[in-house]
Design a binder for this molecule. Structure first.
Ligand SMILES: Cc1cc2nc3c(=O)[nH]c(=O)nc-3n(C[C@H](O)[C@H](O)[C@H](O)COP(=O)(O)OP(=O)(O)OC[C@H]3O[C@@H](n4cnc5c(N)ncnc54)[C@H](O)[C@@H]3O)c2cc1C
Length: 441
């Protein structure tokens, strides 16, 4: 009997899922599928990776939900094109549904699978799900990508209609006869079979954040010392799609425009990435591709380990290393310090964040690193150099945050600043200025 496959990737949920709803409405029995992609997993540090443990838990949860609804959930460990070649040979697949993924590697992966399907006469449908507006949906009047965020946000808001935030009925349709069964389906891979061990890192639940938090978000989001969450802490769930961005957008739209604006940044970076897939490799502004970074490896290790002698930077890096999370304000301070104070290539910092952040997202990470570095994304000025001490006074005035992560602060065990702020600022400005003026505009 012909079936449809629904391929989960960054959308590990049953509810409000555009591609899953389309599959369940196709009239074909649907077999949901997840592939532990060896092209990605082979780059993760074995045996512990909190993100893989999180994904595995979600996939197993989806498999239980599918079984309870009378269907079969498939999970494989391998290269997607090879897994699909095998599946198309074993099953009578009439269509494959999935949700769009805008990262360069993902785009190439999907093209390969779409071509394979096409060659076998199988329809391949990719739907927009993880953003509200994708690709070329919000452009300038002359049809180019917005270089500044403000005009992009205004155009985004002007284009928004109620239907853009309306949930898809995937959870309602997730039952017989819309689900398929395959009694001979192979066993789903365990973490151990993939060479990993369980990693117990705390990740907040995927529900919508409390109304009170969202209402006060604009006043709390930059306060590092708060004992309670100052921002939504939903980035991991948006990254893996355990929370639908439409749900959070709707809540933000009703309760807090500042939160809505932050979520629009997410759409913005994903759009930029789709348009400029070379962004992870090079600075957006050609005149800043030649900055003479110092790239001192010992200084880089001090930064990674939180031993710079600047409490705000060190507290942030210790929090990141211990928890896999870092508040936005601390991300900005740490990134700026690495690029400007130490004159280390933003790509080194981007890679380190990629290893550590539970919410790591290529588009958001690279976009934000280039924004902080001032290398041309969002037209942020390259000559802005944050002072770590002024930032500390502003965002952690009582010192609560730095004391939480630096128990040795105030003792002889805490190191002196590794570089003097004024000297570092002038050195950075000279390096950026030299590169900027070396090429014509
Ligand atoms: C150098 C640097 C690297 C970053 N790397 C990542 C990353 O890899 N993954 C990631 O999800 N975010 C990244 N961010 C953006 C931001 O710091 C995190 O999204 C945020 O701190 C997550 O906490 P939250 O969920 O409480 O966010 P909230 O402040 O509650 O915001 C809600 C959601 O809006 C989105 N958002 C918020 N701020 C931004 C932003 N500046 N750019 C784009 N989207 C945003 C996120 O999806 C976030 O979960 C980075 C920021 C910087 C400065």
């Amino acid at each position: 009997m012909p079936v449809a496959l629904f391929w989960h990737r960054r959308d590990l949920r049953r509810h409000d899922n555009a591609g899953l709803a389309a599959a369940l409405q196709s009239g074909l029995p649907v077999l949901p599928l997840f592939i532990y992609d060896t092209d990605i997993l082979d780059h993760l540090p074995r045996p512990h990776d909190a993100r893989l443990t999180f994904i595995h838990d979600q996939v197993e949860g989806l498999a239980r939900e599918t079984a309870a609804a009378g269907g079969t959930f498939l999970a494989y460990y391998g290269r997607p094109a090879e897994v699909f070649a095998q599946l198309l040979a074993q099953l009578d697949v009439a269509a494959v549904f999935t949700n769009e993924d805008y990262e360069p590697c993902a785009t190439r992966r999907d093209e390969a699978v779409a071509q394979l399907c096409q060659a076998r006469g199988v329809a391949f449908h990719a739907l927009k799900d993880q953003v509200i507006f994708a690709k070329t949906e919000v452009l300038t009047k002359s049809g180019t990508a917005h270089r500044a965020f403000g005009p992009y946000r205004d155009a985004w808001l002007a284009a928004l209609r109620p239907e853009h935030l309306r949930p898809y009925p995937s959870a309602e349709l997730f039952r017989a006869p819309h689900l398929g069964q395959w009694p001979a389906a192979p066993a789903r891979p365990t973490l151990a079979q993939m060479g990993f061990k369980r990693c117990e890192q705390y990740v907040p639940a995927s529900e919508l954040p409390a109304e009170q938090l969202v209402r006060g978000y604009h006043t709390t989001r930059d306060q590092l010392g708060l004992a309670v969450d100052s921002s939504t802490r939903r980035s991991v769930h948006l990254r893996f799609g355990t929370l639908s961005v439409r749900e959070l957008m709707q809540q933000a739209q009703t309760l807090n425009p500042k939160l809505l604006a932050e979520l629009i940044w997410r759409d913005y970076f994903m759009m930029l990435f789709w348009r400029y897939p070379q962004l992870p490799e090079e600075s957006f502004e050609p005149r800043l591709r030649g900055v003479a970074f110092r790239n001192d490896e010992t200084e880089f290790r001090c930064w990674c380990e939180g031993r710079t002698g600047y409490p705000l930077i060190d507290a942030g890096m210790r929090e990141l290393n211990q928890t896999g999370y870092l508040p936005n304000r601390a991300r900005i301070a740490a990134a700026s310090f690495l690029v400007k104070h130490l004159l280390i290539d933003w790509r080194w910092g981007e890679r380190y964040f990629a290893e550590r952040l539970l919410d790591y997202d290529l588009a958001l990470n690279v976009g934000n690193w280039q924004w902080v570095a001032g290398t041309g994304v969002v037209a942020a000025p390259w000559f802005r150099v944050f002072s770590p001490d002024s930032q500390l006074k502003q965002f952690d005035p009582t010192g609560e945050y730095v004391r939480r992560w630096l128990p040795e602060l105030g003792t002889a065990a805490y190191p002196p600043p590794m570089v003097e702020h004024k000297f570092a600022r002038e050195r950075a400005l000279a390096a950026f200025k030299a590169a900027y003026h070396a090429l014509p505009a």
